[in-house]
Design a protein around this ligand. Sequence first.
Ligand code: FMN
Length: 345
Amino acid sequence: MAKIKLFQPIKIGELELKNRVVMAPMCMFEVKDKDGMVTDFHKVHYAARALGGVGLINLEATAVEPDGRISPFDLGLWNEEQAEKLKELIALIHQFGSKVGIQLGHAGRKAKGVKEPIAPSALRFSEDYEQPLEMSQSRIAGVIEEFQKAAQYAALADVDMIEIHAAHGYLLNQFLSPISNQRQDEYGGNLKKRYRILSEVVEAVRKVFSGPLWVRISADEYSQNGSTMTDFIQICKWLKEQGVDLIDVSSGGVTEQLPTHLYPGYQVPLAMAIKSGTDIPVAAVGLLNDPKLAEYILQSGQADLICLGRPLLSNPNWLQMAARILAANEEFQAYNNAYERGRTI
Ligand SMILES: Cc1cc2nc3c(=O)[nH]c(=O)nc-3n(C[C@H](O)[C@H](O)[C@H](O)COP(=O)(O)O)c2cc1C
């Protein structure tokens, strides 16, 4: 019988994972003093998922500068103290057996608690958000430098992977989309120009971090005025040329528009389209709680990794539940013999 793929090790670029389950980046809004620092909450929260056997934990969106936060309670990575605390968190997760990625991002016009958010164009996301300031080219250069510095700190903290957040309508996504980017200079207009800031961020990060590099994109904007799948495939080809190892394929967030039909695996066709159009490894995400569905996606080659958000919030030991359902008696070992007994109920 074919082995259960969910639990097979995999190598993506230089990143070796013990299985194909990734914890999706999820903001916890648990920073205490608005200082961007890791707290005990983060240690317990992420270490619990490491004990549960997750192959790679992708830490929540971590801002590269204070004004790039989705909320004042986000993690941040713009100073040494934050890097030291992050290092403690990563060491703890490593101790319990998971690899660690970090999602570096900037919220742009979707930043909350910021006097004057920045954006490619002075276009508000919605009435609930502040009017953003159109970024000057020197501000763009500044943000690219902040991504680079954050990547340097992440490397000091011993991350195994960096993911650049270019999805969900945050700053880099705002540049990619013709809906939010109406600039007339070298950073707006045709696709190549809208891609420019992301390419410069990737280049800047690559100069200081030679390890595994992923990018999360929103591959459907749920709008006729948005980027198309042809655009996303082109973007991913450019990312691949720049040495990006994997595309983490999500959707939405540039506008308030949601998909009309939400069903298990609803974003998998997007991942598959990127994979077949670009020949780059992809992670699928979104309503993949059912282990049989997750296994089918891997077996049928629609994606290389299964990224779980809410399933791991509701059950840190999701893998153990999946092993029972998939009868993966040989392929999955719980953290220790005592945990192994959890499978017997
Ligand atoms: C509480 C929460 C926080 C989230 N924060 C982030 C984030 O920091 N970065 C990101 O790219 N996506 C974020 N997401 C989206 C998840 O990564 C994931 O793509 C989404 O929840 C769909 O996957 P799921 O059905 O497995 O939850 C968040 C989702 C949740 C539920």
